[in-house]
Design a protein around this ligand. Structure first.
Ligand code: ATP
Ligand code: MG
Length: 361
């Protein structure tokens, strides 16, 4: 078993701080994803977990033991990289057996483990091929096998699927989920792909600029993004945002967009005169007979659903509709927001402002 605790981790390069006061607890058997844009510090965090890099400050604990100074080879972690880092001149069999050979595992045991792992990953027919003769997906599978064969306590993945085409990526995503279910091992997975994060993880740590934005289940991150950044980063299509202010209204506050096009009453919320950004997901906008209006400027069909861009004043608002919506470009439509579905963020701090019914939860 292996739980991981990162406490107040900082990593600086010269004057640049790339990981800032990061504290995360990864439970035993958890699939935790580090999600964030390029350069936010994901690989740096993973490398520190693997022992390939050292924190400037803070502690890393595995099962309650401080491992800051423990060499990579003594941490019992396996890392799978974006580039598969296989030995091209070796066969698949040799690549798989290599970590065992290095650890002086007996030949008969090596043979048994290679057979077992290649069975699990369905790469038996590839065993005698050189890794340079494999497709990207096949190489990724072998890289996974090489990580598994040592039976590590912790798996670390650094964007392992980003070199694969969309179909293969979806396939390997499912394979890794199955692998996690089967092995029950602690896994820390790095990606900037929010679909991967949403579908694979038990919890997601969303990062921006080396700082933790939110650590929650995928459902929570989606339903109650803790910051404006998380709201804009998670969800496809991207959440619609309207800048505006909270002003005093009847029985509570009123959100009014800067251009005055959208007004939403927020009964029970007593926050006035505060600059905010309001977010609303495409499925939480409804077309109505009255209310604010805009012009249909773009229609994007996926075959299953349709994303319609309504331009209202300076805003392009994306609305999710059924395929059979009958709308045409240039048409004027009225829209409204589903009650209780507005997300509010303080324009200054970017932090979420909970609506009264949420605060009670
Ligand atoms: N050895 C280094 N020296 C100086 N700066 C570094 C070094 N390694 C990483 N950085 C910087 O640290 C920041 C975080 O890098 P990191 O590789 O962790 O980002 P990332 O989130 O993994 O990005 P990506 O999604 O592009 O892989 C970046 O600004 C990067 O330039
Ligand atoms: Mg990286």
């Amino acid at each position: 078993m292996s739980s991981i605790l990162l406490s107040n981790i900082k990593r600086s390069y010269g004057t640049q701080t790339v990981v800032d006061d990061l504290s995360i607890e990864v439970e035993d058997g958890e699939f935790l994803t580090l999600l964030g844009p390029s350069g936010c510090g994901k690989s740096t965090i993973l490398r520190m977990l693997a022992g390939l890099d050292q924190p400037t400050a803070g502690n890393i604990m595995f099962d309650g033991q401080r491992v800051n100074d423990t060499a990579p080879g003594h941490r019992n972690v396996s890392m799978v990289f974006q580039s598969y880092a296989l030995y091209p001149h070796m066969t698949v069999r040799e690549n798989l057996a290599y970590p065992l050979k290095k650890r002086r595992v007996a030949k008969s045991e090596r043979k048994r483990l290679v057979a077992e792992i290649s069975e699990t990953l369905q790469i038996v027919p590839l065993l005698d091929r050189r890794s340079s003769q494999l497709s990207g997906g096949q190489q990724q599978r072998v890289a996974l096998g090489r990580a598994m064969i040592r039976d590590p306590d912790v798996f670390l993945f650094d964007e392992p699927l980003s070199n694969l085409d969309a179909t293969l990526r979806a396939h390997m995503r499912a394979e890794i989920i199955r692998l996690h279910l089967k092995l029950g091992k602690t896994m820390v997975y790095v990606t900037h792909d929010q679909i991967e994060a949403m579908t694979m993880s038990t919890r997601i740590a969303v990062l921006d600029g080396g700082k933790l934005q939110q650590l929650d289940t995928p459902a929570e991150v989606y339903a109650r993004p803790a910051t404006r950044f998380v709201a804009g980063f998670v969800g496809t299509p991207r959440m619609n945002f309207l800048s505006g202010a909270l002003v005093a209204g009847e029985g509570g506050s009123l959100f009014r967009s800067d251009d005055g096009i959208v007004e939403v009453a927020l009964p029970g919320l007593h926050a006035g005169n505060l600059a905010v950004e309001a977010g609303i997901r495409s499925q939480d906008i409804i077309l109505t007979d009255s209310g604010p209006s805009g012009t249909v400027t773009l229609i994007e069909s996926t075959g299953l659903e349709c994303f319609v861009t309504v331009t209202a004043g300076a805003h392009d608002i994306v609305v999710r509709l059924d395929e059979s919506n009958g709308l045409r470009i240039g048409q004027t439509v009225h829209f409204g927001l589903r009650p209780g579905k507005l997300h509010l963020f303080d324009a200054g701090t970017g932090l979420r402002i909970n609506l009264p019914d949420e605060a009670a939860q």
